[in-house]
Structures are given as C-alpha cells and as structure tokens.
Design a protein around this ligand. Structure first.
Ligand SMILES: C[S@@+](CC[C@H](N)C(=O)[O-])C[C@H]1O[C@@H](n2cnc3c(N)ncnc32)[C@H](O)[C@@H]1O
Length: 293
C-alpha cells in the first residue's frame, strides 16, 4: 500500500489496496491472499471480511495489514503470517520451525486410517518426523482408542506439535530423537501403523523450489540427508520388521521421482507394497504391509 495515496478508510478500501499491492509484487493468487491477510489484520475470517467492507479501520489495523503485506511481498508463506493452516478439516498452528502441512499429506491419513480401521483392536501408531504434528494428531483424533507416538529431531518443531495436540484435544506422546529406532524404543513395542512424511527433496532440486519454500521453510524438514531423496524410505523399509508388527503397515509420503525405487525396495524386503496416487495423479504414498510373523 503506497504512502503517497490517501489512507484507506474502510475494510473494503484496504482490501482493494492490498490486492493492487500484491499483484504489483507478482504474488501468486494476489486476490485470495489479500483477502486472507486483510481479514487476519482485522481479526476477521474471509466471510466476515466481505460482510464488513464498509467497516472503518483504525491505525493499528492498518499498520498490522501493512506489515503482513510487506512480509508476503518478500515471499513469506501466508500460513506463517496467519500462524495456521488447515489440515484434514482442522486448524493446525504453524511457525517457521515446522513444514506447512500440505494437502497431499492428507492422503497418508486417508490410507493409514482406512488400514487401521480393518484391524481388530485400536492401533498403536508411530509418526516419524512429525513437524507440526499434523499426521499424529489427525490419526489420534480419527482413530478411536489409538495410542500414538510421534518423533522429531527438532525441539522447536516438537513445541509446536505439543501445543497443537493440546489445543485440538489429541493424546499423542511426543519424543525427541533422530532415528526411527528411537520412536520404537519410546513406544516400547512395535507399531501397527507407522506413518512418515520424511524430508525427501534432493539438493539438486533446490533451485527449482518456490522462494516461499526455499527461503522460509526449515531446511531440516525439506532436504533429504546426503542429498539422497530415498534415504528415509530406504531406512524405514529396511527397519520395517523391527518397527512394525506382522500384519501392520508402513505409509510413507513420496516425492515425485521416488515411487519406482520405493516399490522396488519394499518388494525386495518382502513387504506387500503399492503406491497411491494423489489428486494430480502423482504417485504419492507408499503403502507397505509387513507379512505376519
Ligand atoms: C517433511 S517434514 C514433515 C512434517 C509433518 N509430518 C508434515 O507432514 O507436515 C519432515 C520432518 O522430519 C524432521 N526430521 C528431519 N530429520 C530428522 C531425523 N533425523 N529424525 C527425526 N526427525 C527428523 C524435520 O524436523 C521435519 O519436522
């Protein structure tokens, strides 16, 4: 919003100015983003913003709106500015310590939940690399009686995940550690269902990432160790029998180049494996069942 122009007086004027500013800064979806950010600055949701377009705005609201728009023009993701993102119909708080939950990750929940509901007893669920806690918390809330453990190496991410679990009323045991074996050790027994959305971006893909991702989301959440996108899927498959009971299953989110290798690894390890496509027809989730002992 330019200083040279007269100060916007109403929510509607502020919104018009915000749209213009973000479009000029080439922010994708400038219209929608302006609505979200202006609504947030005024303490409203999008719907109520449209019902309040004639509402006068005070200086504090205007200053807040300006701050949000400047941050967005520097490609800070909207979810970090709003402090939240919706996942599986629930509001998950996020900060720059955690990956912003993605819609395609909901597919991990869909398949893990469908599988868990076929089991005779409430499942023991593990989540490796929990970040905001979105997978662990959603499964704890979707699967009655489930016992859920979730691990991350980042204590800052775990603080976000713990706060989310508490606010959403989910019972999850959070563990700090850096390997799937630490999750298993904390739980004491093997899992019926193990889910993971591990870091799987290769270093060679860095330049192709949107600035929002590359410059703002945690490196630890994005990039696979040793520049090998298959690092964690290989490790989870190799350790599957130590981590998961016979008759249980592993669900891992995959990057767009990983499905053939993941299927091959899982089948060579004697697991019954298939890959589920996301809405963009990209092979996205490996489901690998551990044969009964
Ligand atoms: C791609 S993010 C996924 C976060 C969340 N599960 C989601 O789906 O939005 C991967 C997470 O793995 C964590 N991580 C990276 N290396 C790890 C390690 N060695 N041990 C445990 N967690 C790790 C990161 O801190 C990050 O929170």
């Amino acid at each position: 919003m330019s200083e040279a122009k007269e100060r916007p007086r109403t929510a509607g004027e502020m919104l018009a100015r915000a749209r213009e500013f973000l479009a000029k800064k080439d922010v994708p979806d400038a219209r929608l983003e302006a609505e979200l950010l202006v609504a947030h600055a005024l303490g409203l949701d999008r719907l109520h913003l449209f019902l309040a377009l004639d509402r006068p705005i005070d200086d504090a609201e205007l200053a807040r709106g300006r701050e949000f728009l400047v941050r967005r023009s520097k490609r800070e993701p909207t979810a970090y500015i709003l402090g939240a993102r919706e996942f599986y119909g629930r509001r998950v708080a996020v900060s720059s310590a955690v990956l912003i939950p993605r819609p395609e990750t909901e597919l991990v929940v869909d398949h893990a939940r469908a599988f868990a509901r076929t089991l005779a007893a409430p499942p023991r669920v593990g989540d490796f690399g929990t970040g905001s806690g979105c997978l662990a918390i959603t499964l704890a809330l979707e699967l009655a009686g489930a016992s859920v453990w979730a691990l991350d190496v980042s204590s800052a991410a775990l603080a976000v995940a713990r706060a989310n679990a508490e606010r959403l009323g989910a019972s999850v045991t959070f563990v700090e550690g850096d390997a799937p074996s630490a999750l298993r050790a904390a739980a004491g027994e093997r899992f019926d269902v193990l889910v993971s959305n591990p870091p799987y971006v290769g270093r060679d893909e860095r330049a192709a990432l949107a600035a929002e991702v590359r410059d703002h989301e945690p490196e630890l959440a994005l990039f696979a160790p040793e520049g090998d996108p298959d690092h964690w899927v290989r490790r989870l498959i190799a350790d599957a029998r130590e981590l998961i009971v016979g008759g249980g299953a592993l669900f891992v989110e995959l990057g767009h180049r990983q499905s053939a290798a993941a299927l091959e690894l899982a089948r060579s390890a004697g697991l019954e494996a298939r890959v589920h496509l996301d809405l963009a027809r990209i092979p996205r989730v490996l489901e690998a069942r551990v044969p009964r002992d």
